[in-house]
Write a new protein. Structure first.
Length: 384
């Protein structure tokens, strides 16, 4: 342990310092039971996020990212405590650091179970599609898209992104529906300046311009919203029974399934209401409102990267279940997911990966560190 402490400042000894196979579960429990270690653990989290955020800008060069991280930490602190080196070594017993896209640790040993279909792909859509209430359907990858958009209101394509023009119009607005398929997400700007990122397998219904004293859209699936401020016109997102209302803010809304409905706030303040149960909560930055089975909301502080890094091209899961991870992989790659051992579904893990890599690469990384055996056969992911 002392040798690891002395050598960790050198990048070539990073993996040696992370080799903590001799540490026991008791070591880990003792570390996590000490409140003084919280700051050190946060430093480790900063290190992990540093690698994620620098990955794209540095072209996959871990040495450059590591040196940049060390310089940043030396500016913030004259001395890093011995507890940090202990934290690095012990946390490595459950954290595998792989440049190229994986963070993973397992909390429980799985046992045998039954087969369960976790995700079935939607075969009806294979392109990002814009539909209008007048019956027009435009594939947004079509080379003729600009001419096709001419009769769809004040909408332009700028750098492969739709931008709706904010102009006073006498006519009533036309309703538009943007639908994403598996393996794709789409960014566009509404007429009020609000920017929307629509995740795979999702749909947003909205007017081509907002008229009157409200701005309202309807979401199916998952979307991230950077809402343009307008104190006179609230922005409302309806998703099933859930209505999220804001004036100007950044938040993520996920509602693929009733039992996995989350509203997560990054900036500002939002009000979340269940129209069926009339339950209502106000959440603040760093908080997540999770819809419970009884119709109320559970509000707690979360790592917002869990709910927003997909907009930057990453899978990112922090202490999430294998079921959640595999459903997201199935949705993104648009393939069926089958657990042949359903006891694996509740195993908790940390995982991040670039979403533009082939499915085989993502599953290879998963297999290299997990208790599960994940295979891919004839467009089906099997988890054993």
């Amino acid at each position: 342990m002392d040798d690891k402490k002395q050598n960790i400042d050198s990048k070539e000894h990073l993996l040696d310092a992370l080799d903590a196979s001799e540490n026991t579960d008791e070591d880990l429990k003792e570390l996590l039971s000490d409140p003084d270690n919280i700051q050190d653990i946060r430093l480790l989290q900063d290190c992990r996020k540093c690698f994620i955020r620098e990955d794209s800008s540095l072209g996959g060069e871990p040495e450059v990212a590591w040196e940049k991280f060390l310089r940043k930490q030396k500016k913030n602190s004259k001395r890093v405590s011995y507890r940090l080196w202990m934290a690095v070594a012990v946390a490595a017993a459950c954290l595998v650091l792989v440049w190229g896209g994986l963070r993973f640790y397992v909390f429980s040993e799985p046992k045998g179970g039954l087969e369960f279909v976790a995700y079935s792909p939607d075969s009806t859509s294979v392109e990002v599609m814009l539909s209008t209430s007048s019956g027009r359907q435009i594939i947004l990858s079509d080379s003729r898209m600009d001419s096709l958009l001419e009769n769809s209101g004040k909408v332009l394509r700028q750098e492969k992104m739709l931008t709706y023009v904010n102009e006073e119009q006498m006519a009533d607005p036309e309703m538009h529906t943007l639908t994403t398929c598996g393996g794709s997400f789409y960014q566009f700007c509404l007429s009020d300046g609000t920017c929307v990122w629509l995740n795979a397998g999702s749909r947003l219904i909205y007017p081509n311009f907002f008229k009157g004293d409200q701005r309202e859209v309807e979401l199916y699936g998952e979307g991230f919203f950077r809402v343009a401020c307008d104190t006179l016109r609230p922005f409302r997102v309806k998703s099933g029974d859930i209505v999220t209302e804001v004036l100007g803010t950044e938040f993520n809304l996920r509602n693929y399934l009733r039992e996995d409905t989350h509203v997560t706030l990054l900036q500002g303040s939002v009000k979340v209401k269940n129209e069926s149960s009339f339950e209502e909560v106000v959440i603040r930055p760093g908080e997540d409102a999770f819809l419970l089975e009884n119709g109320s909301f559970e509000v707690k502080k979360v790592d917002t990267d869990n709910y927003s890094l997909w907009t930057q091209g990453y899978f990112y899961f922090d202490n999430e279940s294998m079921l959640s991870v595999m459903r997201e992989l199935g949705r993104w790659y648009n393939v069926k997911v089958v657990f042949r051992n359903d006891s694996m579904m509740d195993v908790k893990l940390h995982f991040w990966a670039q979403r533009d890599q082939p499915i085989e690469k993502a599953l290879e990384l998963l297999n290299s560190v997990s208790h599960a055996k994940v295979s891919y056969e004839e467009h089906i992911i099997f988890v054993d």
